[in-house]
Structures are given as C-alpha cells and as structure tokens.
Design a protein. Structure first.
Length: 485
C-alpha cells in the first residue's frame, strides 16, 4: 500500500488559489458581467476634418442595441447624416460637408448593449469627444505693389495674409492639393513674362496647413522645367497624385500633346496623346479625364496607351463634376448661336438646365444642396449689342433658375465656391484700354489688368430664401481666387 505524502506549502497555496478562481468564475457566470459597454474608438477623435472627410466611425466594446444608439447620439452643432452598421461598428455618413471654422462636440449617453435577440443590457459608459474643421482660407494672385503677380494666402478666420511665392516669379495659374498643404502653380520670371510667350515652369509651394509643425509656408519646389517644352494648360487630380499638362515642343509647333506627371519628387512626364483640344479636366476618380474633341467630349484614361473609355457627342467642355463624379455640367453650342449648360449623369441622362445668348464662364456644384451655380453673360435689352455678367443658381430638382447677382460692367471674372458651400468668391477686374506691355498682369483673354478686387457672397440661406445675397467687397487687391479645401 502506497504511503500518502503531504502537500508542500507552495502546492497547497496553488490549490487554494485555483479553488478561489473557480468560485469567482462561477459567480460571474451566474450573475453576469457587470462592466459597462463603452465606445472603444472614435475615428475623428480630436482630429481636424474637411470636405473630403465624409464619414466617421464609432466602434463599441460590445454589441449594441442600435435603436438606442441612434436615438441618443448627439452632434453639436448639428451635422446631418445617415447611419449604417457593421457588427460593433457604427458608420455616420454626412449628408453635407461640415461647416468650416467650427469645433464639433459628439456625445452618447443612455444607449444600451444588446443581449440575445431582443433584450437590452447595461447602459453605455457616457462618451464625449470633439473634432474641428479648418479655418476659412483662400488663395489669390496679388495685383498691387510687392504682391503683384504673387500667390497670397488669406486666412479669413484670423484676418491673416501670407505671401507664398517669391517676388521674381509671376504666377500664371494654380491648383490646390487636396490636403490644402501645397499649391501647384505655373509661373515665369518677370523678365520673360511677355505677350505670346510661354516660359512658365511648374512649381509647388507649401501653405503651412500641415500636421507637421515644422512645415512652414512659402517653401518652393520646382516640379517641371521648360527647357525642351513650353508648358501650357494643366490640371491636378483630386487625389493630388497626378498632373495633366499640355506641352509644346520648342521649335516644332506641330509637336503638341498632353502629358502626365505622376510624382512630384522625381517627375518624369509621360505622353498621353497628341494635340489635345480645349479645356481638359480630370474627373473625381483621379484616373480619367474629359478631353474636348471637335464633335464631343472624350473620356480618356490618365494611364498611357489605354484606349478611350467613352465618347459623349455634341458637348464642348466639362465645367464641373459633382463631388461623387456621378454628375457633370457640360457646355453645348447651339445652332442658333446660343450656349447651354446640360446636366449629364453617368446613367445617361442629359438635361438642358440653362441657356444664354452670351457666354458661360464657369459652373460649380453646390456640395450642400442639389444645386448648380453658374457665372454667365446675358445680353442687355435694346438694339445695341452689350452684355452683363450674372451669377445664377439652378435647382437640380425643380430646374428653376434664380439670379443672385448682376455685375453690369464686368466680363472676365473667376469664381470659387467654398468647400462647405456657404460662401462664394468672385474677382472684379478692371482692365486697361491700351495693349499689354511688359510688367502688366493679364487676364486669360489677354487684357492688361489695371486693378482687381475680391467679392465675398454669403450663400447660407440661398436655397430657402427669395432674397439675393449681398456682396461684400473685401479690402484685398487681387484676382483668380480659390478656397483652400
């Protein structure tokens, strides 16, 4: 018969601990888990978001009763959106962009976890957080004194002006990168800025809007020189990863084509096609672009050697795409010598929206409402031929047209709609009657600029009100304004 041995003290302690743990587990199983459900992650926690950010995500530690979450979720100021679920993740997709220059607070209390199929458990641990949007800011080209021909950033929220480009360059055109941290612009030396000459190179300049505090505004990098080719029109893809540029071979007027540059760090242009016509525009997908042809619009790939994807006959230009790319505003020349803007969708719809005996300068989609803003000229009544510039809004549900502003003595004007759709910028240019001479800034039409002011329109109540917005003339002297995204 085997003799029983006594347990060592350490073994006795281990057995006792195991018994205590077993009892504790048993009590938990019988009484249930008493810890509270909580928000484990909020994707916009203390972040700065803009118009490109369309949804935030709440991730919970437990399965939640969805109705109780949706009923108790509060965002202040109000931020309308649609809710969808995937397991423990709730996705809140915005209906319209957040308003800029705001701090938003989000709270969730009293929502309950889900137990089984139809039972509610513990209330959630109270959750509160916040996120913010950028300052209201825009860029323009200065027209006076030391600002003449230079890119200028104006922070409307802080009333702060920063000159970005150096004084030896005169800016021809520019595009803003999607994060607002850099600006792509074409410019030439002042000594080479003469009528009929295209001596501009492509540059990028920092704006100072960056998560990196070391990045200061005004840092210049050359993207593309002009030694072998003249750089003409260009466009930047919405994702900021591709530049499409029209280039002409020096000494060979027949060698003109559209090229693409993929990397700003080591740009090697690739030819896309020969002899592109008109005002080409990169689509919101950043993979295709609209190229005007003699009898319509060709939708082409930004990848070289890819066959045309689509052809839309009868139109001459794409003025604007909706943010999701499903709709576009296209220009058509009519047989009665008028011009029309059509709404063209990716489902095949072509709807005439507005017609004029004058000319369309620009059209942009409202990111808040189903609405299109158009800048155009209309002929004044009477026997004498004269035109006046008007800003008009087209409701894309009722197709009603509303005149917002008339600029009677203005023809060449640029406009820019803010990323939240609440304000619109216009320039009001006064041109010289004489021919341009070296040192004159010039409009796209080639006229010499005597002076230019910027006009701000508040559009917050435009869709709901019958009143037209009152223009505010800013003290800034410049032209070609564009909002930072």
């Amino acid at each position: 018969m085997r003799k029983l041995t006594r347990l060592e003290p350490i073994d006795s302690a281990a057995v006792s601990l195991m018994l205590l743990l077993s009892l504790a587990i048993g009590f938990l199983l019988l009484g249930g888990d008493r810890s509270l459900p909580k928000v484990r992650d909020f994707s916009w926690q203390n972040k700065q978001v803009g118009a490109r950010d369309t949804a935030f995500i709440l991730t919970f530690s437990r399965p939640m009763d969805r109705a109780s979450v949706e009923a108790n979720l509060h965002v202040e100021p109000a931020l309308p959106g649609k809710i969808s679920w995937s397991g423990r993740r709730m996705v809140y997709t915005l209906i319209a962009p957040p308003q800029y220059d705001r701090t938003y607070k989000i709270e969730l209390q009293k929502a309950r976890e889900k137990i089984g199929f139809d039972k509610q458990g513990n209330a959630i641990a109270p959750f509160a957080s916040q996120f913010s949007t950028p300052d209201r800011a825009f860029v323009y080209t200065g027209t006076e004194a030391a600002e003449k021909g230079r890119l200028i950033l104006y922070n409307l929220t802080r009333k702060q002006k920063i000159i970005l480009s150096p004084e030896n360059l005169v800016v021809k055109d520019y595009r803003i990168y999607p994060a607002g941290d850099r600006i792509l612009f074409s410019a030439s030396e002042w000594s080479k800025y003469k009528p009929g000459l295209y001596e501009q190179s492509l540059y990028a300049v920092t704006t100072g809007r960056s998560s990196d505090p070391a990045q200061k505004p005004g840092s210049i990098q050359q993207i593309l020189g002009n030694q072998d080719y003249e750089n003409l029109k260009f466009d930047l893809s919405p994702d900021g990863k591709a530049i499409a540029i029209q280039r002409a071979k020096r000494g060979n007027a027949e060698d003109i084509g559209l090229w693409v540059v993929r990397s700003s760090t080591s740009p090697i242009p690739q030819r896309l096609l020969s002899r592109p016509a008109g005002e080409f525009a990169i689509a919101p997908d950043s993979a295709t672009f609209a190229n005007p042809q003699a009898d319509g619009i060709a939708i082409l790939s930004l990848t070289p050697n890819v066959k045309p994807l689509e052809f839309i006959p009868s139109f001459r230009r794409v003025f604007s795409f909706s943010p999701d790319g499903r709709e576009s505003a296209m220009l058509k020349y009519n047989s009665d010598f008028t011009q029309s803007i059509f709404l063209v969708t990716n489902q095949g719809l072509q709807k005439e929206l507005i017609r004029t005996a004058g000319e369309f300068l620009n059209c942009q989609f409202d990111p808040r409402n189903p609405q299109l803003y158009c800048l155009l000229t209309r002929r004044k009544p009477g026997k004498d031929f004269s035109e006046q510039l008007t800003l008009e809004a087209i409701n894309l549900q009722t197709f009603q047209v509303k005149s917002l502003l008339v600029l009677p003595d203005q023809v060449e004007t640029k406009m820019s709609l803010s990323p939240d759709g609440l304000e619109l910028l216009l320039d009001r240019i006064v041109t010289k009657k004489s021919e341009p001479v070296p040192g004159d800034l010039r409009t796209d039409g080639g006229s010499a600029i005597a002076s230019s002011t910027l006009i701000l329109l508040n559009l917050k109540n435009v869709p709901a009100s019958n009143n037209s917005p009152s223009p505010e003339e800013l003290t800034l002297k410049g032209f070609r304004p564009r909002w930072l995204p």
